[in-house]
Design a protein around this ligand. Sequence first.
Ligand code: FES
Length: 119
Amino acid sequence: MGEFHKHVFVCTNERTGDDARGSCSPRGAAELVECFKTKLHEHGLKRIVRANKAGCLDQCAHGPVAVVYPDAVWYGGLVPGDVETIIQEHILGGRPVERLRIPPEQLTGRPLPPGLEGR
Ligand code: FES
């Protein structure tokens, strides 16, 4: 058995209440997950690239959100029509789809502290 070469994590979190950030589920996240699974299979990528439902990825204002690892490329505001583009250009072509990326300055992570760069 081999290993998966990439994972696509799609946030399917649903936040209740009136949090201004909103959440990904009401914006169509479940349909996105199914679209990724179906299209990865159609492209013969089953057991090579895995699409998974994820909890909140802490990029809520940009939902629906997906991240491709190990590339650490974050996509936001996705619609099902974007899935084929991501598979063609990023997964198969090796070039992230710049127009769909969350701008790095808007991501909520922090830079690595000194001594941990490059890990
Ligand atoms: S609810 Fe989807 S990233 Fe937070």
